[in-house]
Design a protein around this ligand. Sequence first.
Ligand code: NAP
Length: 266
Amino acid sequence: MDFKENVVVLTGASTGIGEALAHKLAEQGAWLVLAARNAQKLEVVATECRKRGGRAVVVATDVTDETECRELVERAVAEYGRIDTLINNAGLSMWMKLEDVEDLGSLEYLMRVNFFGSMYCTYYALPYLKQSKGRIVAVASVAARTGIPTRTGYAASKHAMVGFFESLRIEVEDDGISVTIAFPDFVASGMHTRSLGADGKPLGHNPLQVDKIMTSEECARRIVEGAAARKRQIVMSNRSRFGQWLKLIAPGRVDRIAKKAIEKGR
Ligand SMILES: NC(=O)c1ccc[n+]([C@@H]2O[C@H](COP(=O)([O-])OP(=O)(O)OC[C@H]3O[C@@H](n4cnc5c(N)ncnc54)[C@H](OP(=O)(O)O)[C@@H]3O)[C@@H](O)[C@H]2O)c1
């Protein structure tokens, strides 16, 4: 019950891994601030969190808007008086080769959601996390450590997150703040259906073998456990654990593994 009465600001809480994180944290008695754009979906998640033993407030937030991120933090402090944990989970993916991209604005937008959104929330929450000697969690991806075809902009945004949070970890260590970076492999959620296609619109279908990949619940369980233990990183699949080492001696093989994973959808 590491998160009992722990004030957690959670972005991307309306569905997928974020929703599962909210449920798990609520079961431990966390005091949640649930953020995403879809307030209706957030209200449903909040009701479920209260049933599971947590407290929850909803703050409709578009993380690409710096002001809204500042207001999210202010609302959390107004509601609970402090922030103990910030989980930067809101994210968006893509499924297109660079040569097929019709509008480069799609790739810029991915950067704004995945990287700038995390940066804004973290910047404004930092003074409060210092006071609480709190936790920062960044939900990155295997694409944050290695290249993945059809994911140029997504991988770039996730690599950017890692550079940012690994640097910040050193800056805030003496303040007692921990920074945990999660590297999920493929996870079953609506993210792949919502991934931007070549025309910049959601793909509309999920090319992955959903029954062969990790569930959002399992992914959330591992993130909560890793954050509780203030781990540096949470690597979620054998191939990404193995890939970290293989990349040092045979990077071409890691590229082939990534290519095959996209082709097979698992
Ligand atoms: N699923 C995977 O295979 C996988 C693998 C590795 C890493 N990840 C990472 O895990 C995190 C969660 O992904 P997921 O699979 O749960 O995806 P998801 O089911 O698509 O959920 C994404 C969440 O982010 C929110 N979001 C998107 N754009 C936003 C914006 N501009 N402002 C605020 N919130 C926004 C969405 O809510 P609204 O639409 O209501 O705003 C939703 O709650 C992401 O960072 C993703 O990159 C996922």
